[in-house]
Design a protein around this ligand. Sequence first.
Ligand code: NAD
Length: 349
Amino acid sequence: MNITEIPTEGYEKVVHATDSASGLNAVIAVHDTTLGAGLGGIRMLKYESDAACVTDALRLAEGMTYKAAIAETGQGGGKAVMNHDPAAKTEDLFLAMGDFIESLGGLYLAAEDMNMTVENLETVTQRTQYVTGRSLELGFSGNPSPMTAVGCFIGLQATARELFGNDSLAGRSIAIQGIGAVGSLLARACREAGATVAVSDIDPAKVEAFAEETGATALDGPDGALRHPCDFLSPCARGGILNPKSIPKLQCKAIGGAANNQLLTDEDGQRLAEQGILYAPDFVINAGGVINLSGEFQPGGYNADWARDRCTSIDRALTEIFEIARTESITTAQAAKQLALTRIAARRD
Ligand code: NAD
């Protein structure tokens, strides 16, 4: 395996691996380990170029640093990206990926991300000890999605308190984009709390079946939730959906959901603020998954009750972020990044 370091300002380590035997072409970016090892999932995706793959790894690793700092998980931020078509998975690729991760000696801690399955992660684990989020049956923290949904629910309650003066979701309306692993659980929790729920998804059959089963309102088109008049929009499908095109059409009072990188650019945070929409920054409200993973490092090992309890930190963090944004007249996304950087700087001192 050929491993080349890509010196990158602001990053502790960025490495590119190619391996002729397995065909592996992957990047690991470790952004900051001041608060602990750089934790982040392995993403498998075919990029247009190696440069595009590196750019994505850098952006995602930086986001993980802020997410972990705000959730106070005791970890830093990192990300691994395998530049491969997920339709062409082989065992050798994942074994080589394990060797690549092991070569960093624990600076990077892996987990599951886009297009990776539990089985793929188990194969990676044959070659490296630096893997989190393995199955519950084996004593690890398992699928993070239920805890991400718990965290999003808690975050919506904190957002409701900022907006309406109390954190009850009863009688509130919530439009969810993406009823996958997180969105479907969040939708059910909101229904149980007495909210009215409307859902949209790229898969219309899924929307119909979900609406039929739960009594949620089915919305047309993948972006139906973005146009739906509601108290809360909850993006739980994909990133970049808050942009100059979509923001003027939004009819919500606040936004809080699981999808990563919801703002296309930083300016979109400003656009939301100008439109009077309260934004719960994605990397704060969707931290339930990393909180769940951090449970593996607690004395006595992973415990779901501990993780659920720790998700209440999302409430405290959002409350603090909303206050910083209000008092300093900055966007909530800026306030969240500022809070994360303050925590990292405090540890460095
Ligand atoms: P998932 O794949 O289970 O669900 C995504 C859902 O969105 C699917 O139902 C899919 O059909 C739908 N979808 C995909 N593209 C769409 C589009 N263009 N328009 C509308 N709907 C679309 O994923 P998930 O695990 O529920 O995660 C949802 C989002 O939250 C992802 O962006 C993920 O990266 C992020 N996230 C997830 C976790 C977690 O623990 N699962 C943690 C943090 C962040």
